[in-house]
Design a protein around this ligand. Structure first.
Ligand SMILES: [Fe+2]
Ligand SMILES: [Fe+2]
Length: 474
């Protein structure tokens, strides 16, 4: 059982009783310098000596788990925190729902759990690598600080997963923890595990879309793992979700602020030409939504999946907020799925358990639709006639049953030629990056914002907008 006591004074802050487990403590303290080497090589480029107004997890008390202060990023206190939970945990889903949760890894689930943890863990350093150059073109100190906040917390999430690997998976786990520092986002020889985490994130439009859509996938994956029968994993991911909320906030409000500013520039220009005013036009915003939303949809896995069925049946994963369901077995019922047969689209009913990836994807899609409604409210309030949409979940897919076919953004089956002829209108293309990089120049003056984005509604942790969130001149 995990200790609730927080140790903030050791080399590795934690509430997992690290000082009582000398072997584990030694192993993790041995991993620490290698992690720092990785951070210094692949974390935010430059800025290592600049004080950043950062939030650090220092407790698991929901009322006050974070401490805010200026920190230089390499000095950040990456800690290991598990949600204390309330009382003895039970298995939440599947055949053994209601039985006591596992405090250790059951032998028969060892390989599956290790794979699940490694796959989640790999996304954390991957995103830091994808974002490493963005500080050089930040639209404000407020945004620069948010970027770094996201980066250090993804680093902490890596720690959270590496703790599980070291503590519960012996030699294999230690090897996996080492491998996590060796793969590189976008590297042809040793890429990160999942597709979206190898896509370049060259500019802030992609950064906001990434934190909106790809971090949001992370939220749903973590939520499914927080329903795991493996109690240490459930508690670890539960606490990660508290930090993840801020990443999603950064993405959703970042997109909203760009949309708001583009609407202002649209109004300002005699021809309604946002680009003529140095802003980001709505077609480009739509292409960015289409690109990152669909890469993020891929992360949920196959629509019909025997793995998903097994993970649910054995209690390794649950659904999003499993407690909202009364039936935790999911043996009855089916899921209606549009599939391609003989070159046309038909609907098939598949057993519910095999469609668990799709059930989780549904929760994600609904959440994204909510954000789109909000952004369209912003457009409406600005008097803009433009409206943004989410493309069909069949469009631009690289995983699952739709990946071998081509669809338009409305989800209609089209030919490869039709797709190729329209691709540049539908998803981000290299010319988009060229344009965005041409307008994204760093703004490091407190309280000032780049021309292409509106200021946020308020500052961080009660600080004013012109607060020096990063002391870039220190
Ligand atoms: Fe994360
Ligand atoms: Fe995140």
């Amino acid at each position: 059982m995990t200790s609730v006591n927080v140790d903030l004074n050791g080399k590795i802050p934690n509430n997992v009783g690290l000082s009582e487990d000398a072997k584990l403590q030694r192993a993790l303290e041995g991993w620490l310098p290698r992690y720092l080497d990785w951070w210094n090589e692949m974390g935010p480029s430059d800025f290592a000596d600049k004080p950043v107004f950062l939030r650090t997890a220092v407790s698991v008390d929901p009322g006050g788990w974070a401490h805010y202060d200026y920190v230089r990023m390499p000095d950040y206190r990456w800690g290991i925190f598990l949600d204390p939970g309330n009382g003895p945990a039970t298995i939440k889903a599947g055949d053994d729902a209601g039985k006591p949760a596992w405090l250790d890894v059951p032998g028969e689930h060892r390989n599956a759990l290790r794979r699940i943890i490694v796959t989640q863990a790999d996304t954390e350093p991957a995103s830091v690598e994808q974002q490493r150059l963005l500080g050089h073109i930040a639209p404000s100190l407020y945004d620069l600080r948010n970027l770094f906040q996201v980066n250090v917390e993804e680093g902490r999430h890596l720690w959270a997963m590496v703790y599980l690997l070291h503590k519960f998976f012996g030699r294999d786990g230690r090897d996996e923890a080492d491998e996590l520092l060796l793969r590189r986002s976008g590297n042809a020889d040793k890429p990160r595990i999942l597709g979206a985490f190898n896509q370049p994130c060259d500019h802030w439009l992609s950064f906001f879309a990434f934190t909106m859509f790809t971090d949001r996938d992370g939220k749903y994956q973590l939520a499914a793992l927080s329903e795991s029968g493996f109690d240490p994993l459930a508690r670890t991911t539960q606490f990660m979700l508290t930090e993840e909320a801020h990443h999603l906030f950064v993405g959703e409000t970042g997109m909203d602020r760009i949309i708001k500013r583009s609407a202002e520039l649209q109004k300002l220009d005699p021809n309604g030409d946002v680009r003529a005013q140095g802003g980001i036009d709505f077609d480009l915003i739509q292409r960015t939504i289409n690109y990152w939303y669909t890469y993020s949809l891929d992360l949920f896995g196959g629509e019909v999946s025997s793995n998903a069925s097994t993970f649910f049946a054995t209690g390794l994963k649950g659904r999003y907020r499993e407690e909202q369901y009364s039936d935790h077995l999911a043996l009855e019922g089916s899921y209606r799925l549009p599939v391609i047969e003989g070159g046309r689209m038909v609907e098939n009913d598949v057993p519910l358990r095999t469609a668990m990836n799709e059930v989780l994807r549904d929760a994600y899609v609904a959440d994204c639709e909510r954000a789109l409604r909000k952004w369209n409210k912003t457009l409406e309030a600005s008097g803009s006639p433009t409206r943004l949409t989410l493309p069909s979940r069949r469009f631009h897919r690289h995983q699952g049953i739709y990946a071998d076919h081509h669809f338009d953004p409305q989800g209609n089956l089209i030919s490869a030629e039709q797709y190729a002829a329209n691709q540049a209108r539908w998803v981000l293309v290299p010319e988009d990056n060229t344009y965005l990089l041409s307008i994204m120049k760093p703004v490091y003056e407190p309280g000032k914002f780049a021309n292409w984005i509106a200021p946020p509604a308020k500052g961080i942790e009660g600080r004013p907008m012109d607060f020096e969130y990063v002391k870039v001149h220190a």
